[in-house]
Design a protein around this ligand. Sequence first.
Ligand SMILES: [Zn+2]
Length: 553
Amino acid sequence: MKKLLVLGCTLLSTFAGAMATPRGAAAQERHAYTHADTLRGTIGPARAWWDASFYDLHVRVNPKDSSISGVNRITYRVLSTAPEMQLDLQQPMVLDSVVPEGRQRLAMRRDGNAYFLTVPGDQGRGGTGTVAAYFHGKPRAAQRAPWDGGYVWARDSLGNRWVATANQGLGASVWWPTKDTQADEPDSQRVAITVPDSIMDVSNGRLRSVTSNGDGTTTWEWFVTEPINNYDVAVNAARYAHLGGVYDGEQGPLTMDFYPLAYHADTARVQFEQARPMLACFEHWFGPYPWYRDGYKLVETPHLGMEHQSAVAYGNHYLNGYLGRDLSGTGIGLKWDFIIVHESAHEWFGNSLTSKDLADMWVHESFANYAESLYSECQQGKEAGASYVIGTRKNVQNDQPIVAPFGVNAEGSGDMYYKGGNMLHTIRQLVNDDEKWRSILRGLQSTYRHQVVTGQQVRDYISQQSGMDLSKVFQQYLNTTKIPTLEYRVNGTQLSYRWTDVVPGFAMPVRVSVGGDSRLLRPTEVWQETTIPAGAALTVDRNFYVTVHHTGS
Ligand SMILES: [Zn+2]
């Protein structure tokens, strides 16, 4: 999710038309990147020398005054030596102290939202270290979660406290100290959250213990046994009901745990049944659910939704579609719950396979959008899947490229959703072999399982496995705002055609129908000719995301 228009995965679109102008303007402003953006978005020397292996996060959440306090004990591998260690924590949160095991607190200097700690010089390369980072403050309150980020301090309709976090893009450092980049995930993480006795916390992974502290608070200790994105770590605290089940999947029994607000239990029991066909469809297309050890969960939140790993945030009001609407305009999207399908797809693309730099967020969102189409196909057939993704083209803005500048924690255009999904659908046409296409998607998942990747790796993998050089296709759709235009003219029985509005060297084949007969044209930027029956009409296969320009007779 993320992005105004998009929901954090999600999306957007309801506002797509109305928000186009302000969003474009904001995008322009974002081009002025700052020193702070570089500190945040680059793996600088104070980050490169250490590799996070375990985050042991303990946070006390105080809804009464909207404050939190806690400690993150960070265990890391020493890759090289460096004089400083960078930790990120955004103001107005305060990093009180950072203390290595058995030593005095470290000297530190603050540079905006980055803290630089003077580290002991005797850390051996290849060894490990642990520091405890103590922090407190009133974290930024999200105004429009999940599109902006921070804490949501809400109440349910019975007046009970309802607290949630969402911080994709903005970053986990809005509330806890960490190396705030997608490039480094810890191998595992504890998330121990202390909340008032009246509510319970549901975080990522599995519940290990519940401890009553005798002071009106209870600590809920959750544990994630696999690598996790910083931005996926979440607090969800409310008066929840707990529904459970088991899904018999590709790797055996998978626990499914649902936490709706207590008074929504009956509604949730019905709506969340959709998780079963969702898992079946995505295991078919993408391979095994990535987190059998940590389980699958849906947790009701006061915001629309987010792909929080093994604890997917759900706020779609138990409606099908996107808050009851269909983003494709076809009606196909009203047959399933958008948040269950889209956010869960991120368990594969986004959580198991994570982009190193936010600039490559298309690796998360283009595949999640495409997954919506695949789900429609699983449920309603291949034509329905195609109609769905084609229907979402109306939401494409072509305002700026999908891939953003690297190294400054920048996101590209919201076109990473619909345009990216249509790019993948188009590539499927080029592969023209559904089993091969499925093996490519599953291969991406098995090859890069639980890893961070660059967008380039994903592009290269698809090219290699398909046996086609797709580099120009990716460049066209991801790095430019232009849609390829097939220009053609007919003179008697001679058809002339070429590509325009394309990157140099673009030579994507395209399927057309000529007088009812299917043909694969191989246009380039240079006019080519072929013979067609006199009077035969030409139409381009709608599955190819291109525009067509008939230049006269
Ligand atoms: Zn998403």
